[in-house]
Unconditional design. Structure first.
Length: 207
């Protein structure tokens, strides 16, 4: 029995070492929760800028907005994005120091590359949609390409990230079928799902 226990401990140590070298284990669930909160705040600002006083659950198909409104929406999106990235970097660096690993190593470089292929391609595609006035499919495109990025990067992250990607794609497809509810689905995908998955990851990996 002692030999068997030692063997199991050795296997666990080897697996832990492999995870450290192949996976980005510094991702914190708190960053996911805060990113979700930022997204909900941003969605609330957009709602009051564009849709208020109509109900957020009311079906709508928007026409081309005035240029200054589009600029304001772009600013809101960039603030939410930068806040989310900054928060993720802060908590990742803090967690990396706590567990004694480097933030910028081969696993994080592979993660960034795998994530950026669908996300950057999707970002360019979305800019083309905006330039041509196809606002109704922007929210579905955001969710679908983001989900593809998460799935593509999931081998270098926790398993839960892959299921978050599946959920984002599912919401994106549903949003494409119901284009009048883009802001609502965007809020669910980038807000609520991030909070749910961030909370699960925090309980499992950060406590």
């Amino acid at each position: 029995m002692p030999n068997e226990s030692k063997y199991e401990n050795d296997i666990a140590s080897i697996r832990n070492m492999m995870d450290r070298t192949s996976k980005f284990i510094s991702l914190s669930g708190l960053s996911g929760i805060l990113a979700g909160l930022y997204a909900l705040i941003g969605a609330g600002i957009v709602y009051f800028m564009v849709h208020y006083p109509r109900s957020p659950f009311q079906y709508r198909v928007e026409t081309i907005q005035p240029f200054d409104t589009l600029i304001n929406l772009f600013v809101v999106a960039m603030v939410v994005l930068m806040a989310s990235i900054g928060t993720t970097l802060f908590f990742s660096i803090r967690k990396a120091r706590k567990v004694g690993v480097k933030v910028w190593d081969s696993s994080s470089r592979t993660l960034l590359f795998n994530l950026s292929i669908p996300v950057v391609s999707g970002g360019i595609f979305i800019l083309i949609l905006l330039a041509n006035g196809h606002y109704g499919v922007v929210a579905p495109a955001c969710l679908i390409f983001y989900g593809l990025g998460l799935i593509n990067a999931s081998p270098n992250l926790y398993d839960e990230i892959r299921y978050l990607g599946y959920s984002e794609i599912g919401l994106g497809l549903l949003s494409a079928a119901l284009p009048g509810y883009g802001l609502l689905f965007w809020s669910l995908g980038f807000g609520v799902l991030h909070i749910i998955y961030g909370s699960l990851m925090f309980r499992k990996y950060d406590r």
